[in-house]
Ligand binder design. Structure first.
Ligand code: HEC
Length: 257
């Protein structure tokens, strides 16, 4: 038996057919090349082109046309009357100076709302279990007595003679500025009109007096107050209308009230 190397007729027919199939497949592959896996089609060039055109026109409109153009104009978008902050060393500035009484009251209001309001009320009128600070002789009278009530607390009768129980010491975390502020606030709120400023210096004196007590956190009695603290706190009085810096509390030169 001899093996023939020649393709027979069947074979040659098959060759033609498979050649056709190859061409068809190649055409299909080249069509499908444009479709990504996951079915995403690449973005057509014309979309890029039209976006570019839109952006160019939008840019021109914002930059040039009438009121739209002023969107990016600093002088037109900043309200009149506002000035740029001068951040150079000489011009470094915090909040503007204000009258001493107002500055201390503002500081004190924050302390009052966090430390006193829960008991004495937002209006200072107290309630069934707490005495009113409006018109209170011990808030408005001698400043040593008032300061010692805040720092040490109070037990026994209040100024009205009524005994409300015990007010605990409010000394924890209280700085001289806090104490000065809250005293000034109470003495000038709720209808109280002492009109004076309890300064940081005076409050520092109060903190010193409190530390000198054998137990600084022991609430004071009326007797202890009457015996030791019927005096003004020491310190230079401050003109309530003096313009001071709200941060440093120092008088501001050349800015008379
Ligand atoms: C936990 C409740 C409580 C807090 C907080 C509190 N107090 Fe009092 N305070 C009292 C009570 C109760 C009395 C009355 C005590 C008594 O009758 O012995 C009182 C009394 C006083 C008095 C005396 C009033 C008078 O005329 O007899 C003053 C002044 C006062 N408090 C100021 C303050 C200030 C200022 C703060 C905040 C720094 C403060 N208190 C925080 C409960 C409180």
């Amino acid at each position: 038996m001899q093996e023939s190397n020649k393709p027979d007729l069947d074979d040659s027919l098959n060759v033609t057919e498979s050649h056709d199939r190859m061409l068809r497949e190649a055409a299909a592959v080249s069509r499908e090349k444009h479709v990504d896996e996951g079915g995403r089609e690449p973005v057509s060039l014309w979309i890029f082109a039209s976006c570019a055109v839109i952006f160019i026109f939008a840019g021109l409109a914002l930059g040039n046309i009438g009121s739209l153009g002023s969107l990016f104009d600093y002088d037109q978008t900043v309200k009149p009357g506002y000035v740029r902050l001068d951040l150079s060393e000489d011009g470094a500035q915090g909040p503007p100076p204000a009258e001493a009484l107002a500055v201390y009251i503002k500081k004190g209001q924050k302390i009052y709302s966090s430390k006193c309001q829960g008991c004495h009320g937002g209006d200072g009128k107290g309630g069934p279990a707490y005495p009113s600070l409006a018109g209170s002789e011990w808030a408005l009278g001698e400043t040593q007595r008032f300061s010692m009530i805040i720092l040490g607390g109070l037990m026994g009768p209040s100024s009205s003679g009524k005994d409300y129980g015990v007010m605990p010491s409010q000394k924890a975390g209280m700085t001289a500025v806090d104490l000065a502020g809250v005293m000034t606030y109470v003495r000038n709120s709720f209808g109280n009109e002492a009109g004076d400023v309890i300064t940081e210096e005076m409050a520092a004196h109060a903190l010193k007096l409190a530390e000198e007590r054998s137990d600084p956190n022991q609430p004071l009695s009326k007797d202890e107050l009457d015996e030791k603290y019927l005096a003004p706190l020491e310190g230079e009085p401050l003109d309530p209308t003096m313009m001071i810096d709200p941060v440093s509390l120092q008088p501001v030169e050349g800015a008379a009230g």
